[in-house]
Design a binder for this molecule. Structure first.
Ligand code: SF4
Length: 499
């Protein structure tokens, strides 16, 4: 895609323009020069700072057609206080949305909001005393968000604010990564190891993980922090054998700075790895929340996404988890899967509601370049994504009527229909870890390949990220452990600033 920026301001860089372009032109590769080819997508922007505000003219072309959108902020009164850079993105965003709507015939659900965390923005303004109505208007009028998405963001933010009321600046969470899966699903680009050769790394990986968990727990104790939640995620953590599970959980029982842990979650995930015995071990070791994820309960859709388990395997794993008596069991579904229809999606949702999962997470398919499923070749990606959009809207209505409320939400790049992923929960069963991690509200210490420790100072609005090597074999080779000096430096600098 050719992108021309006729005039630059100091407020928005080229990356911002390109990221904006991807909303209507997902998956495009950008080039600076060269002749425009007939029918190839192109964008031309003129963004000027004038005495009375910002003016933007956007020209978008595709399939031999060109449309133009213009917007000026002169005399525009936004719903909240805005900086010059906010006004620049307002002018650009509004002009872009107008041109895109004329060219493609549909509006973007999240307007020109680019971030993955729209709820964080809603929460920011609610925390500063703006009313839910004003924040709703900010989203719809200033950002061009559709009313149903604006109300979803505001409702989710209000629930998060309630959930976070008792958190303290010294709270932290612990995340353990098990990036191994029995086989690879077609839509997945996660680094998870799914070949026999890579799976053979698991014993060594666990040994290293144990050492890192011991070190992390020691550091948490020495820093005097309050550990409130523990999350074992994947990949597929339930790929661990019963013996491996017992060893990991008894290590945690010994090492975790206990007393304040409010929740302990285990993302079992793939039904083909879950056994009654494993669930029993988890429950007996203090795990209070598990996930059993079908993604769909339609056999043909399951086959097309390469999930190598049957629908019956999901039902029986779900039944076992329910029987074991965990506080909360979660099920993940995905809207927009290849071969899924409105009817099959409705049936999947009705199945998980009937089983009585306290948490139901409704994702929308996000097409990843590294995943076996391809953008257009597999015919799944559609920026308009009407079917996926109608499925997520149906899920919101139906779950709301059934007593499940949205409590966390995030977006991803190249998500079908520009939709979102939403965690729904029955009141009082929300997963605190998901919110802390997504909204970057508390420190999360992470252990394992691909995991990211986020050191957070909510008081100073500072975040320091420490990423562990992506692949298990790199993680095994790395000699710098949990990077304790970096962790200590971050907290020491906070102390100094306080002093
Ligand atoms: S189970 Fe999850 S992490 Fe593993 S391959 Fe499938 S989608 Fe990816």
């Amino acid at each position: 895609m050719k992108v021309v920026i006729d005039n630059r301001t100091p407020y928005l860089n080229d990356f911002y323009f390109r990221t904006l372009c991807m909303l209507y032109f997902p998956g495009e590769k950008f080039r600076e020069d060269g002749a425009e080819t007939d029918g190839a997508p192109a964008a031309r922007f003129l963004l000027e700072e004038r005495a009375d505000g910002f003016f933007c003219r956007t020209e978008l072309s595709a399939g031999g057609r060109t449309e133009v959108g213009c917007f000026s902020t002169a005399g525009y009164r936004p719903f909240v206080e805005m900086t010059a850079s906010d006004f620049a993105s307002l002018a650009l965003g509004k002009a872009y949305l107008e041109a895109g709507r004329k060219l493609f015939g549909f509006s973007l659900p999240w307007g020109y909001l680019l971030g993955l965390r729209p709820v964080k923005r809603a929460k920011y303004y609610l925390d500063r005393g703006y009313s839910p109505e004003t924040v709703g208007k900010l989203f719809t009028e200033d950002y061009g968000v559709l009313p149903e998405k604006a109300s979803l963001a505001v409702e989710t933010a209000r629930i998060e604010i309630d959930m976070l009321r008792d958190t303290r600046p010294d709270d932290c969470a612990l995340y353990l990564s098990i990036p191994f899966c029995p086989t690879r699903c077609a839509y997945c680009s996660f680094v998870s190891c799914a070949t026999p050769r890579l799976l053979s790394l698991l014993p060594a990986y666990l040994e290293r993980l144990h050492a890192d968990v011991r070190d992390t727990c020691r550091v948490i104790r020495e820093l005097g922090m309050r550990l409130t939640s523990v999350y074992i995620g994947g990949g597929t953590p339930s790929i661990l054998s019963e013996m491996q599970l017992r060893e990991l959980l008894s290590l945690l029982e010994r090492e975790l700075p206990g007393g304040d842990i409010r929740e302990f979650s285990f993302e079992a995930g793939r039904p083909d790895t879950i056994t009654a015995e494993k669930l029993h071990i988890l429950k007996a070791s203090g795990v209070r929340r598990v996930s059993v994820n079908p993604q769909t309960t339609d056999p043909e859709v399951l086959r097309r996404i390469g999930r190598q388990h049957s629908v019956d395997a999901f039902f029986s794993a779900a039944e076992c988890a329910m029987r074991e008596g965990f506080d909360v069991v979660n099920a993940d579904l995905i809207a927009g899967l290849p071969g899924d229809t409105r009817e099959t999606f409705e049936k999947s949702l009705s199945d998980v509601m009937r089983i009585g999962f306290e948490n139901i997470t409704v994702h929308t398919l996000s097409v990843k370049k590294a995943a076996p499923l391809r953008f257009s070749a597999d015919g799944v990606y559609d920026p308009a994504g009407e079917l996926a959009r109608s499925c997520v809207a149906y899920a919101r209505r139906t779950l709301g009527a059934g007593g499940w409320f949205p409590y966390y939400l995030y977006r991803q790049k190249n998500i079908v229909g520009n939709a979102e992923n939403v965690g729904y929960a029955k009141k009082g069963t929300e997963n605190l870890y998901n919110v802390l991690m997504m909204e970057e509200y508390s420190t999360v210490f992470a252990c394992g390949a691909g995991a990211i420790t986020k050191l957070v100072s909510p008081e100073r609005n500072e975040i320091c990220r420490i990423a562990f090597p992506k692949y298990p074999y790199e993680y095994l080779d790395a000699s710098d452990g949990i990077r304790e000096p970096e962790i200590r430096r971050f907290f020491a600098s906070l102390q100094e600033k306080k002093g």
